[in-house]
Design a protein around this ligand. Structure first.
Ligand SMILES: [Zn+2]
Length: 324
């Protein structure tokens, strides 16, 4: 079976998976990132990819999912606010080191390709993935094609504004972006926003840096009134973004991933009715809303799939099996 290396480049660590053509993960290597300058990240990527290549025996290519606006056909990172990079030749630099094709694309688009091909999107032709983490990463498949956009910005669902007058300030500078309201970080902000109504609540009685969305989600699931109030506002904002996505691309299925989605039915039940109310131009109840299947592995699986196909595409490779 052909194999490729699929890399998920995050803001704090990098994971390189050895991925088979059928989407199976054969092995994984991980490294923490301390220095986010381009040269330091290239060194870290080289180290972890080298280990994965040694383990893999033979790999046909390397695929990297990186945050930022990225030209998939050149592998150039046009800009990445997470790293503070502009016009960095990530693909070409690594390709020289490994003497293998190195393909680079946005991490959320890679995750979407992974989920569409081997996970929660399989069997559909119109699919969207929303990953609810520190921000909201997204990707859209329409009519069987992964949307890239004119300048590689299609699928940046996290930065459409849903509360431009009364929302939280987003990392991008706008007010009330979907990701400011409905990511894991958004859930924490909702907990602080309603805190005055729960003077006896112990939910936030720790330093702010120790408050994670997991704590609030679990407290909500356990019935804590403060956490439930935050959860209700979070779910209401999440429903707005999901309904907007239905209005724009009318997918057959929307998958929700990321840490917050561990709540499963507790989250889906909290948004479905509101999504229906807000869906006015597509038949209500016809968009399946599900939990994503591949979890944190979606990005690596998608990046490796891109590498094997020679591009960020939903079309299976035309190359034959090379017998490896
Ligand atoms: Zn934003």
């Amino acid at each position: 079976m052909r194999k490729a290396i699929g890399v998920d480049l995050g803001g704090s660590h990098v994971t390189a998976g050895i991925i088979g053509e059928d989407g199976t993960i054969v092995g994984q290597h991980e490294l923490d990132l301390e220095d986010l300058t381009f040269s330091a990240v290239v060194e870290a990527l080289s180290t972890v990819v080298r280990k994965a290549l040694d383990d893999a025996g033979k790999a046909v290519a390397v695929g990297i999912g990186s945050p930022g606006n990225i030209e998939p056909h050149t592998g150039i990172v046009r800009y990445s606010p997470n790293f503070g990079w502009e016009d960095e030749p990530l693909g070409p630099t690594l390709s020289k080191r490994f003497d293998l094709p190195v393909l680079v694309a946005n991490d959320a688009r890679c995750a979407t390709l992974g989920e569409y091909t081997f996970g929660s999107g399989a069997g559909t032709r119109d699919f969207a993935l929303l990953t609810l983490g520190t921000g909201i990463g997204g990707g859209i498949v329409a009519g069987g094609e992964l949307l890239i956009g004119n300048r590689y910005g299609a699928g940046e669902v996290g930065h459409h504004q849903i509360r431009p007058t009364d929302g939280f300030i987003c990392g991008c500078g706008k007010i009330g972006c979907f990701e400011a309201q409905a990511s894991g970080t958004g859930l924490i902000r909702h907990a602080y926003a309603v805190a005055a109504s729960f003077p006896r609540s112990k939910l936030l009685d720790v330093p702010r840096e120790n408050v994670g969305s997991k704590k609030i989600r679990k407290a909500a699931q356990a019935g804590d009134p403060h956490a439930l109030a935050a959860w209700k506002n979070f779910a209401s904002d999440l429903a707005i973004g999901v309904a907007n996505l239905i209005a724009v691309v009318n997918p057959a299925r929307i998958a929700l991933g990321g840490g917050v989605s561990s709540a499963g039915d507790f989250m889906l039940d909290a948004i479905r009715a509101r999504v229906d109310e807000l869906t006015t131009m597509a038949p209500r109840g016809t968009t399946e809303i599900v939990i994503a299947k591949l979890g944190n592995d979606a990005g690596q699986v998608g990046a490796a799939t891109m590498a094997m196909r020679g591009g960020l595409t939903t079309k299976p490779s035309l190359q034959g099996d090379d017998g490896s």
